[in-house]
Design a protein around this ligand. Structure first.
Ligand code: HEC
Length: 245
């Protein structure tokens, strides 16, 4: 068992890393991941140094790799591999990137004339805010609560599209402060986008692979009107109004 102290420590570290990396959806933000991995590394180190015999057992394979005459070839291999790996990491960090940058959507797809929301048809072109859903203090306050419970993680604390999870997605979550997003759109269009999310985008809008959730699965019609009012108000945008309205 003692002989396995070093391989077991490495195995536990890799297993926890893999579980966090692959087993958690949506992906854990990089900064939080670094925090977890630092805690993990420190915990393993504390466990190892808490007992002299255990620590000696942990070091034993490393010491023999560096000292034993019979291990000259693996020793040279490791000593050459370390600087090569470090060099590779440094190189890949500073290497110019030719991949297209992560882009926010700037083109707004044509909405369907009407869509179903909670089983009822809603006309995107002629529809209006229903009675009771006027943009007033109470509805804005309710919309704010909806936003911070559901949307902030992607669209950001400041409505600028820089939420904790934002960089995990391509296309990026919309930046509501950008003049190219909601201020170009009528409220009913935004209502449709929030209710049906990425999966609701029409055929012509693919392959944008939007991660925007289908909010009618989680929010009531009222909550969607309220959060739509809130994102306009809080980002300082005004909805576009078509002549027919
Ligand atoms: C999992 C991340 C995620 C969450 C959570 C999320 N969104 Fe989005 N949202 C996106 C992405 C990505 C886009 C850009 C792609 C697209 O247009 O579908 C987007 C686009 C939008 C758009 C379209 C803007 C435009 O200019 O076309 C609106 C409106 C919107 N989101 C509102 C909301 C609201 C309101 C909530 C909360 C109820 C919310 N989003 C929660 C990821 C998210």
């Amino acid at each position: 068992m003692r002989r396995l102290t070093l391989p077991l420590s490495i195995l536990i570290w890799v297993a926890v890393w893999a579980a966090l990396r692959l087993g958690v959806q949506p992906p854990i933000p990089g900064s939080v991941m670094n925090l977890y991995l630092s805690i993990l590394t420190i915990s393993i180190a504390v466990f190892l140094v808490a007992d002299q015999d255990r620590f000696d057992a942990f070091l034993a394979p490393l010491v023999s790799l560096l000292r034993e005459p019979g291990l000259a070839i693996p020793r040279i291999g490791v000593l050459v591999a370390i600087p090569l790996l470090l060099g590779w990491f440094t190189y890949s960090g500073v290497r110019p990137q030719f991949d297209p940058p992560f882009e926010a959507r700037t083109i707004h797809p044509e909405p369907p004339a009407s869509f179903k929301l909670h089983g009822k048809a809603f006309d995107v072109l002629k529809g209006r805010r229903p009675a009771g859903m006027e943009v007033n203090e109470a509805n804005l306050a309710a919309g704010k609560a909806v936003y911070y419970r559901n949307c902030m993680y992607c669209h950001g604390d400041d409505l600028d599209g820089k939420g904790h999870f934002a960089n995990a997605f391509n296309p990026l979550p919309a930046n509501f402060r950008d003049g190219g997003t909601i201020s170009q759109l009528e409220e009913t269009y935004v209502y449709w986008r929030v209710a049906t999310g990425g999966p609701g985008l029409p055929q012509g809008a693919t392959p944008w692979n939007s991660s925007m959730p289908v909010w009618q699965d989680f929010l009531s019609d009222e909550e969607i009107w309220q959060v739509v009012a809130y994102i306009y108000d809080a980002s300082g945008s005004t909805p576009r109004v078509s002549e027919e309205h």
